[in-house]
Design a protein. Structure first.
Length: 190
């Protein structure tokens, strides 16, 4: 409950958010925060972990009806993924912009194999969820559903990574390029 209330505040204020603001948003006394967390740094860490947690987007992907056409399924998936990545970026960006530099023990550094394993597990689960969305159309595809899912993720991450130029690509347009390329007629550009 505390993390859920704190998350939008952290995305807005970064590390400048106060525990009093968090307590008001959660509808609790400020002292209650410190019964659940050692200090504000621990609250910020929990918010970061929650923003990075893929379970929300995995539930959204699992809820997409397989009865829809492939393009519609992938458009919904693109919208869900973009929202998840935006949530992650908002929290990380606000913390960074507010000067938050969490001191980490050597065991918690990004190069730690546990962090790498967690990231890989998250990516594998996301790719598997996308593969399930593509699987019903296996016979109509030139590539296996697993490969389509990997390309989908690669294109989506690349599109979002390069910012202003192309970041506003509509999910329908994105899926159209994934499924049909950019040529008006396949084979006309050779």
């Amino acid at each position: 409950m505390i993390v859920a209330a704190a998350l939008p505040l952290v995305a807005e204020y970064g590390a400048a958010v106060t525990t009093a603001q968090i307590a008001r948003a959660a509808g609790i006394g400020e002292a209650t925060i410190f019964r659940a967390f050692k200090d504000k740094e621990e609250v910020l860490g929990a918010c970061t972990a929650e923003a990075m947690n893929p379970s929300h987007v995995l539930r959204e992907l699992a809820s997409i009806s397989l009865d829809q056409p492939l393009a519609d399924r992938l458009t919904e998936a693109a919208e869900a993924m973009r929202a998840h990545l935006a949530r992650m970026g908002a929290v990380a960006g606000a913390l960074h912009a507010s000067g938050h530099r969490r001191e980490r023990s050597p065991a918690a550094r990004p190069s730690d194999s546990r962090t790498s394993d967690s990231r890989e597990t998250s990516m594998r689960a996301t790719r598997d969820a996308l593969t399930e969305l593509v699987e019903p159309d296996r016979a109509a595809l030139r590539l296996p559903p697993e490969r389509v899912a990997s390309i989908f993720l690669g294109m989506l991450f690349t599109q979002l990574h390069f910012g202003a130029e192309g970041a506003d690509i509509d999910p329908v347009e994105f899926v159209g390029v994934l499924l049909h390329g950019t040529l008006n007629q396949p084979g006309s550009g050779t």
